[in-house]
Design a protein around this ligand. Structure first.
Ligand SMILES: NC(=O)N[C@@H](CC(=O)O)C(=O)O
Ligand SMILES: [Zn+2]
Ligand SMILES: [Zn+2]
Length: 437
């Protein structure tokens, strides 16, 4: 692997510098001339006008392998991740078979290594088969080669309070984390979209905010009682933010993520009856979007997570009620995050780095990720052009699926390059086709 000299990048928005990468780590920063490197064979990457960020880390990715390789594979999903500026993704457990044993999580991690586009950290299921009844082999997954520290039944809520209590007590023994999909199932039976005036007008059964908020309130109390860490997936309402803010003020070990689509889109989109806008939790009201944006800027919401949820055409190109919930996210997340945090000209890149990389890396205990470019740091970075916008063309996405809600939209900022431990996975905005680990 040859050395790489990144010339003239704006380091996390704090000023221009060169960065020399050698042996997968940052060797040196400052002013480094190409001439002084003569003979070392360093590849020079011109980063004039580009912002260098720590490689993005996604706490919530559905890679669909094993089981639904028609919608996504570990390889196609991590290629989408690299294109989106990600160097690490946490793979949700709702595959077929479910990732509820050491064997499955080890397989997913191995597929990630073989593909070589981003580090894949498997998330283990909380309950056997996501059934919500018996704890999965949490200890075996934690102690496996995949070293699982995050557990989630995502797609389903751990609605049984006793099971949640036991799961929290268990993961606390090894500093693990439960990531909860907060949805009280009795309040969302048959639900199709956010419960409100739009659902009433469209005649679609509603998914009320309180179904999310009541579980978050309960689980904050269980986390406080057990002293364990809890993380809330894809929070979508203003009152969820309030509950989390209050819990944090009391010192409860709670963290939360928000998805790009909940920072931009509202339930008005359902008027099109286009199932591309069907997602769980559903798109909410403008007031929720604004509260989530403010909470993300403030840090009450700790991280942006994509909830990248690829679906095959037959599961999306059908009537609204029959369609599966979920939308693509990896290739558009940074653009939407920048929009939600003030737009490309006013955004604080340090806040972007905090919410999309450093904090999620800390939450998932991914020690090699979320580091700024200082000497000795692992070279997991992405280079962003803040001045170049792009138009989302579904057919051009690296994902195997096409269910993006942003088709045809012009979005700010483009990913120019991504480096995974000093090796380019994306260069000049394009995937590097040969990746050898
Ligand atoms: N978000 C979704 O609408 N769908 C997710 C499941 C989930 O995140 O709950 C999926 O796996 O498709
Ligand atoms: Zn979920
Ligand atoms: Zn999900």
């Amino acid at each position: 692997m040859s050395d790489i000299l990144i010339k003239g990048a704006d380091l996390v928005g704090k000023g221009r510098s060169d960065v020399l990468i050698s042996g997968g780590r940052v060797a040196e920063t400052g002013s480094i001339t190409a001439a002084s490197l003569k003979g070392t064979g360093a590849e020079v990457v011109d980063a004039d006008g580009l912002v260098l960020l720590p490689g993005l880390v996604d706490l919530h990715t559905h890679l669909r392998e094993p089981g639904r390789e028609d919608a996504e594979t570990v390889r196609s999903g991590t290629r989408a991740a690299a294109k989106g500026g990600y160097t690490a993704v946490c793979a949700m457990a709702n595959s077929y078979p479910v990732a509820d044993t050491a064997g499955v999580v080890e397989q997913v991690a191995a597929l990630g290594r073989a593909a070589g586009y981003a580090d894949v950290q498997p998330i283990g299921a909380v309950s056997v088969g996501l059934g919500g009844e018996r704890l999965a082999e949490i200890g075996a997954m934690a102690h496996s080669a995949a070293a699982v520290s995050m557990f989630s039944d995502d797609g389903h809520c751990v609605s049984d309070a006793r099971l949640m209590r036991r799961a929290l007590e268990y993961v606390k023994t090894f500093d693990g984390l439960i990531a909860q999909h907060a949805e009280e199932p009795r309040l969302t039976e048959g639900a199709q979209m956010n419960e409100g005036t739009v659902s009433a007008e469209l005649g679609l059964p509603g998914w009320p905010s309180v179904a999310e908020e009541s579980i978050i309130a309960r689980d904050v109390l269980l986390a406080e009682y057990t002293g364990a860490r809890i993380h809330f997936c894809h929070i979508s309402t203003r009152r969820s933010v309030d509950i989390i803010r209050e819990a944090k003020a009391r010192g409860v070990a709670v963290t939360a993520e928000v998805c790009p689509h909940h920072l931009l889109l509202t339930d008005e989109a359902a008027r099109s009856y286009d199932p591309v806008f069907k997602v769980n939790p559903p798109l909410r009201r403008e007031a929720d979007v604004l509260a989530l944006r403010a909470a993300l800027a403030e840090g009450v919401v700790d991280a942006v997570a994509t909830d990248h949820a690829p679906h095959a055409p037959q599961d999306k190109d059908c009537e609204w009620a029959a369609a599966r919930p979920g939308m693509l996210g990896l290739e558009t997340a940074l653009s939407i995050s920048v929009l939600a945090l003030g737009g490309p000209e006013d955004v604080d890149w340090d806040v972007v780095a905090e919410r999309t990389s450093r904090t999620p890396a800390r939450i998932a205990r991914l020690e090699g990720h979320g580091h700024d470019p200082i000497a000795g740091a692992p070279a997991n970075f992405t280079l962003v052009d803040p001045a170049r916008s792009w138009t989302v063309v579904p057919a051009e996405l690296a994902s195997l699926s096409r269910n993006t809600p942003y088709a045809g939209m012009e979005l700010p900022v483009t990913i120019q390059a991504t480096f995974l431990r000093g090796r380019a996975t994306v260069l000049e905005g394009k995937l590097v086709e040969e990746t050898t680990v």
